[in-house]
Ligand binder design. Structure first.
Ligand code: HEM
Length: 479
């Protein structure tokens, strides 16, 4: 890399000379995607608090300071996602994650009630049942070291299918195919991203990679189409039971809400429903799966934290009782540990927007319209200026008095502002439920050091290798 100024208008210090500009030559794109994650971390350190990454075809400004991040995320002007999200269109269409403008606004309005707390309360028994099944599965692994990601992913996939989609279960074969396709689509996305010539649709569509993408998307779409068909069948054959399931206020879970909206003539057709099913199946299982897996890794590493969480669970819920919604709300220490896990291991490590008009950052740069804006959640959360000893796992960082001292945009695992994560309360509830189930039955022991974990670039924060934890039967002596 050479560090120099390319286009004075793109990133302009006010006052003073332009700086902090990296020009990427083609060499970077030819390198393997493996080192990309580490390279991004190095740039963030070297060029903090803001830098421009410039290539032949795009200018990206990278934001690392909460004050600047707030400007982007809280604004109603920069709500559009950047061009890289268009690489997901073949699979996700323009569902809630990828859409813009009126379409996004209307969909968000339709879908928000599906995550109301009265709906989430009704999901709790599903989280509890699925936790029971996960615990049974782990029981067979007692005494062994396992990669926790596969069983946890099975749990989160089953949970999102049963809750948001209202499906009773997904058979093992379809689950396997779907999980494999999700890994593949992430890999294809990355390979396309790092090859500039694949930005030109005409070239990409003739490539071997596009062929691979189409085959993978077919598997993913078959999966979502089956879910919709199954739910439609269940709705017509089981009307009275369905009505009893939902609250008297007639709030519906996600897929039922969309099917009803379509039947009532709202502006959504079958394709529209499928893009949301694809979006929510993915966002609703992969993010939580990584969060739970990293949480188990942290607890296996830090016995004192594990003991304290278990102690809180035993005091608030008890040794065997199935947790109620209220119990879970009272797990305050556990919640702080979940937050600290998502600080160190944010399931979505970066997000990207498009500047729809010129603005000036708090750090003093003019960002012209059309610039791609990258927000590095991973680096923000590990910034030593904001979080002293950033690698230290310290749940007290989330005590109200400590939170009050930080900038509100210093912690954004669920993004923030109008386009924040619609599923964040769903995720917290799921995480707390599964922790209750696992920690009361098993003691987790360290295998790998949590700070030795290396990541690979993907749609979510993924480890390069397994997340290994040793599972032992718990002697419930902690009080
Ligand atoms: C620990 C778990 C989770 C984390 C860390 C997380 C994080 C995020 C982040 C950072 C975004 C912003 C993405 C962007 O701007 O590109 C987002 C958006 C979104 N999330 Fe989550 N998420 C989690 C769980 C969930 C769950 C459980 C669901 C669904 C049940 C969900 C559904 C969505 C959707 C649909 C969006 C797009 C929202 C919009 O643009 O209006 N997420 N999530």
């Amino acid at each position: 890399f050479s560090k120099y100024q390319r286009n004075k208008n793109v990133l302009k210090r006010i006052p003073g000379p332009p700086e902090r500009v990296i020009i990427g030559h083609m060499g970077i794109f030819m390198q393997d995607t493996d080192s990309m994650f580490t390279r991004m971390r190095n740039f963030s350190k070297q060029y903090y608090p803001i830098y421009r990454f410039s290539t032949l075809y795009v200018d990206i400004v990278n934001f690392l300071k909460p004050e600047d991040i707030e400007l982007v995320l809280s604004s109603t002007k920069h709500l559009s996602k950047s061009k890289i999200y268009t690489f997901l269109y073949n699979w996700l269409g323009t569902g809630l994650l990828t859409s813009t403008g009126t379409k996004w606004h209307n969909r968000r309005k339709i879908l928000t009630p599906a995550f109301h707390f009265s709906i989430l309360q009704q999901f709790l028994h599903i989280f509890n049942d699925e936790t029971g099944k996960l615990v049974e599965k782990l029981e067979q692994e007692c005494g062994k070291t396992i990669d926790v990601v596969p069983p946890v992913t099975h749990f989160t996939l089953q949970s999102i299918a049963e809750t948001a989609m209202g499906i009773s279960s997904i058979d093992e074969r379809h689950q396997k195919e779907y999980k494999k396709a999700i890994y593949e689509i992430g890999h294809i996305f990355l390979r396309r991203l790092t090859k500039p010539w694949y930005r030109i649709n005409a070239i990409y569509s003739m490539s071997k990679l596009a062929e691979e993408e189409n085959a993978t998307v077919k598997i993913l779409h078959d999966f979502s189409t089956n879910i919709i068909a199954e739910r439609e069948k269940e709705r017509t054959t089981n009307v009275s039971q369905n009505m009893a399931f939902y609250s008297k206020k007639k709030r519906l879970a996600m897929l039922d809400l969309l099917l009803s909206a379509k039947n009532d003539g709202a502006d959504i057709d079958y394709e529209g429903i499928r893009e949301e099913v694809d979006t929510f199946m993915f966002e609703g299982h992969d993010t939580t799966s990584m969060a739970i897996s990293f949480m188990l890794l942290v607890l296996a590493n830090l016995q004192d934290i594990q003991t304290k969480i278990l102690s809180e669970i035993l005091n608030v819920v008890g040794p065997t009782k199935i947790p109620t919604y209220e119990d879970l709300q009272n797990l305050k220490y556990t919640e702080r540990c979940i937050k600290e896990t998502l600080r160190l291991f944010p399931s979505v490590p970066f997000i990207s927007r498009y500047a729809s008009e010129e603005f000036t950052t708090k750090t003093g740069y003019t960002i012209p319209e059309g610039t791609v804006l990258h927000i590095h959640i991973f680096d923000l959360h590990r910034n030593a200026e904001i979080y002293p000893e950033p690698l230290k796992f310290d749940p007290d960082r989330f005590l109200p008095e400590q939170v009050a001292e930080r900038h509100p945009f210093a912690y954004i695992p669920f993004s923030a502002g109008p386009r924040n994560c619609i599923g964040q309360r769903f995720a917290l509830l799921e995480l707390k439920t599964v922790l209750c189930g696992i920690l009361r039955r098993f003691a987790l022991e360290k295998v790998d050091d949590m700070h030795d974990i290396e990541f690979r670039p993907d749609l979510v924060l993924r480890p390069k290798e397994d997340v290994k934890v040793k599972i032992l039967p718990r002697q419930q002596t902690v009080q």
